[in-house]
Design a protein around this ligand. Structure first.
Ligand SMILES: Cc1cc2nc3c(=O)[nH]c(=O)nc-3n(C[C@H](O)[C@H](O)[C@H](O)COP(=O)(O)OP(=O)(O)OC[C@H]3O[C@@H](n4cnc5c(N)ncnc54)[C@H](O)[C@@H]3O)c2cc1C
Length: 409
């Protein structure tokens, strides 16, 4: 059985190693001068390669494709990923939130381990080799790369999405999939900062903890909400909860965000607290009183939104103004303009429509052709989950090919 794997990222490397270990004659074609350029930049250079969580917990961190991925993830769990790397000699460490990293804290060690295992398993690796075309041939495929052609029995496309294109993921798999009649779910940025319509550059750099950000669609229906850390950028919101929300709002137009700056207090309790502060400091400017609740620049912004002059004396603040202040502290509104570009997106949401793929990632439209990893319309939250999806789908495709050969299909 001759198999071609296109793309030497997480999914492609894992697929190729599994195939070659199982006895298939395996070629891995990678357009860059080395494998795993994206792996290299993962986890801020430390590579959060999986999450040592319960499998059911893992499903809760998948944004798109949970049902489709169940079979692949049950047969190659996060613990299997850890075992794979540990058996290959890479020591691992589990950190906060079960995030697994190499003990060395170097993503380059993950790439080195994959390189070593590709070699040991006997994979024929061609670097600087860009696949231009794949076409159906008798009982297989013809793969064209850099003007040379070769015939294969099976092909696994593992070319990634279109985020961080400088790493080599430029959407080539979509072109191949379309050629075979596949539908491409419009690729969208995920795990990415959110740009808002309101001018908020004055808030740039302010970091908040213990706040709650909720997204609503244009009919006011809640899409998702997250509690945790947030950061203001020049043009919008970033930090963990904004990145997470971006994955849930990227397929919806006209999204409105409401930032609860004091989620631990309901409106009545917050109003009581403000009244108490006002009572104690009646003759002061309001901004000096609300300063206790918010960082300085955000304090000024909130008062402006509440239409209360910063230098107004507390004893002349009206009941309506106080109610407006409470309302804004509980729901500071931002309208989503757009998501930051793909060059800043940790993952691509969208891609080859999983309705047209079997759980093994084999195309339902073309026998013997597989689409794995981020090329398919699957994505998850941060925490090592996206690499786990890439590894598991790579293994699922490879095992399916090996099984087909074993039973003579
Ligand atoms: C900054 C950043 C940090 C991240 N951190 C984490 C993290 O810590 N943990 C985590 O789980 N996930 C993380 N991710 C997400 C994760 O890296 C990806 O989801 C995962 O690498 C996808 O793997 P893949 O194999 O599907 O695709 P890719 O890694 O994109 O690999 C695709 C490969 O195919 C090659 N290729 C493309 N077209 C062709 C062609 N025509 N011919 C030959 N080769 C081709 C590319 O050069 C590339 O090497 C991060 C992503 C980014 C951008």
């Amino acid at each position: 059985m001759k198999v071609c794997v296109v793309g030497g990222g997480a999914a492609g490397c894992m697929a190729a190693i599994t195939l070659a270990r199982g006895g298939a004659e395996t070629c891995l074609l990678e357009k860059n001068e080395k494998i795993g350029k994206k792996i290299y930049i993962t986890g801020k250079g430390r590579c959060n390669l999986t999450n040592d969580c319960d499998i059911e917990d893992l499903f809760g961190h998948i944004v798109h494709g949970e049902k489709f991925l169940r079979a692949a993830l049950y047969s190659f769990t996060p613990q299997d990923t850890m075992e794979f790397f540990e058996n290959a000699g890479l020591a691992l460490v589990s950190e906060r939130g079960n995030r697994v990293f190499p003990l060395s804290q170097k993503s380059s060690d993950v790439n080195r381990t994959l390189e070593k295992e590709l070699k040991r398993a006997g994979v024929r690796l061609s670097l600087n080799c860009t696949v231009q075309d794949i076409s159906a041939a008798e009982n297989g495929f013809t793969v064209t790369a850099d003007k040379a052609e070769a015939r294969f029995d099976r092909v696994i496309v593992a070319t990634g999405g279109i985020s961080y294109p400088s790493t080599g993921s430029t959407g080539d798999g979509y072109t191949i999939a379309k050629k075979f009649g596949h539908k491409i779910v419009t690729p969208r940025q995920a795990l990415v900062p959110i740009h808002v319509k309101q001018p908020i550059s004055a808030l740039r750099g302010i970091a908040l903890k213990n706040v709650e950000l909720t997204a609503y669609n244009e009919s006011g229906k809640r899409i998702d909400g997250r509690f945790g850390e947030l950061m203001f950028t020049d043009r919008g919101l970033s930090g963990p909860i904004a990145l997470t929300l971006s994955s849930y709002i990227n397929r919806t137009e006209n999204v409105r965000l409401a930032l609860d700056l004091k989620p631990a207090l309901d409106s009545a309790k917050l109003e009581a607290r403000i009244l108490r502060d006002f009572e104690e400091r009646k003759n002061q400017d309001i901004k000096n009183v609300t300063r206790a609740l918010l960082p300085d620049r955000l304090n000024a912004y909130v008062l402006k939104c509440a239409d209360i002059p910063e230098f107004k004396k507390v004893n002349s603040v009206t009941k309506e103004e106080r109610a407006r202040l409470v309302r804004i502290l509980k729901a500071l509104v931002f309208d989503v303009k757009e998501l930051a570009p793909f060059t800043e997106a940790v993952v691509t949401s969208g891609g080859v429509d999983i309705k047209e793929l079997k759980p093994s990632c084999e195309s339902k439209l073309c026998k013997g052709l597989y689409f794995v990893g981020e090329t398919a319309d699957i994505d998850a939250l941060t925490g090592g989950f996206n690499l786990q999806l890439a590894f598991a789908t790579g293994v699922a495709a490879a095992r399916d090919i090996l099984k087909c050969e074993e039973i003579g299909l």
